[in-house]
Design a protein around this ligand. Structure first.
Ligand code: PLP
Length: 437
């Protein structure tokens, strides 16, 4: 159904449309993370499987995948049909629905920590609920977060985050860096920032007994794609239990992507609370806060408030059920095989072109870092990436019909088959040669 575009592609239509958009949309876009893309933010008409079609008529193999959600690719028939059928029954009731119950049951069956779940619309919101529960349950104030881990754009947690790649203070005592102009400085008073993957330091800090919660990406996917060190998650789990600290895994990227049960299932470590979004509903605005019944039930009987007009909106719940239903073990096995092939192919092509780079992470979401000759072990390693060269590379890729994030992350869907991966690797080889030369 699709024609192969011949390189180099032109994006003049997008350039013109973004310029016109600026009359109504700041920067021509609706999220800061869609700004400043080279050669231009793109304007799309349609998505299908692994492909996006832009207004210049280009067919692009897409590795943004909505920045993570589209694990089944663009517009999968199962999700589309479920949403259409639900639209005939109703959109929003400010009440409960059968489809919400079904979504909740599935989340609780798939995710180890999930005894209860509350639905919302964005990962940022779900994180706020988790922080509130941790403070309510412990009566403590401090939340520990880690350098480079992103937990949404709200004032109280947007500190020392990727993708800014900024770091301040010594590595063993990072100074929190505000992520935005206009951010309330006092909002950082309730958080402390530490280096991730260092158990001894975390244990020493928790021993004081005044930390409400520890929040982390169980595998760091917003900056690089960094594995937890051997025994790290287990050690964090033990230290939190010992000190009465609530352990929160932010699984907005890893959930329903690293395995059907998320990072916690893949690594076999169960947090007290976990937040989900993105792949849970293949592009519909759904987030979930899941965890221990005694914690989640504080929303019902503990005076802890959690609201949201659009929570468990029916179309989104239909998309959730259809997506979770599709996330079979076979699908994950396929993602592992194809993603591994893609990672190896990229690694070989870059080496062949004489580009020093590391390709690390997971077959379902990995990271390509120019300038590193071995995988990053922590956030500070990533501050040494050759970012400009990588942007030249993604720009060269885009001209050849492959769209990959400038920050180095690659997301994979079930629709990226071997033929699509072959086509990708041919573009990677050519783009690598161009970038090098
Ligand atoms: N947590 C993590 C780990 C994320 O990657 C993101 C978004 O990228 C968020 C939270 C925020 O989610 P949302 O953009 O849906 O508010």
């Amino acid at each position: 159904s699709s024609s192969v575009s011949r390189p180099p592609l032109s994006f003049d239509g997008s350039v013109r449309q973004i310029k016109e958009n600026m009359r109504w949309l700041p920067g021509g876009v609706s999220s800061n993370f869609r700004l400043g893309i080279a050669p231009t933010p793109l304007v799309f008409e349609r998505g299908e499987g692994p492909f996006l079609f832009d207004i210049d008529g280009n067919r692009l193999i897409d590795y943004y995948l909505g920045m993570g959600p589209m694990i089944l690719g663009h517009s999968p028939a199962g999700v589309r049909d479920a949403v259409k059928a639900q639209a005939d029954k109703g959109i929003l009731f400010a009440g409960q629905s059968a489809v919400e119950t079904e979504a909740a049951r599935r989340v609780c069956e798939m995710v180890p920590c999930a005894e209860r779940v509350r639905f919302g619309s964005s990962g940022s919101e779900a994180v706020q609920g988790a922080l509130r529960l941790a403070r309510a349950a412990t009566g403590r104030r401090i939340i520990l977060k880690f350098e480079g881990h992103y937990h949404g754009w709200f004032d109280n947690i947007l500190w020392s985050t990727a993708p800014a790649l900024n770091a301040a203070g010594p590595e063993d005592a990072p100074v929190p860096v505000a992520g935005s102009v206009g951010q309330e400085a006092e909002a950082g008073g309730g958080i402390e920032v530490m280096a991730w993957n260092n158990l001894a330091r975390l244990e020493a800090r928790l021993a004081k007994g005044d930390v409400a919660g520890v929040i982390m990406e169980a595998a760091m996917c917003n900056a690089g794609a960094i594995h937890p060190g051997p025994g790290y998650l287990e050690g964090v789990r033990e230290a939190c239990t010992r000190t009465g600290t609530i352990l929160i895994f932010d699984e907005v990227i890893t959930g329903f992507r690293l395995s059907p049960g998320g990072a916690q299932k893949r690594f076999g470590v169960t947090p007290d609370l976990a937040t989900f979004g993105k792949a849970i509903a293949n592009g519909f605005p759904v987030a979930a806060l899941a965890g221990r019944a005694d914690l989640l039930d504080l929303f019902a009987t503990g005076g802890v408030v959690h609201g949201g007009t659009y929570n468990a909106q029916c179309l989104s719940m239909a998309a959730t059920v259809a997506t979770l239903e599709a996330l079979t073990p076979e699908l994950f096995a396929t993602l592992e095989t194809r993603g591994t092939r893609l990672m190896n192919g990229i690694r070989d092509a870059l080496a062949e072109a004489g580009i020093k780079a590391s390709v690390a992470g997971f077959p379902q979401v990995f990271h390509v870092a120019f300038g590193l000759d071995q995988p990053a072990r922590d956030y500070r390693d990533l501050t040494r990436i050759n970012r400009l060269a990588y942007v030249a590379f993604t720009t060269a890729l885009l001209k050849r019909g492959v769209r990959a994030l400038e920050r180095g992350a690659w997301f994979l869907s079930s629709e990226h088959d071997d033929a699509v991966i072959d086509e990708t690797l041919a573009a990677v080889a050519a783009a690598a040669r161009e970038t090098k030369g």
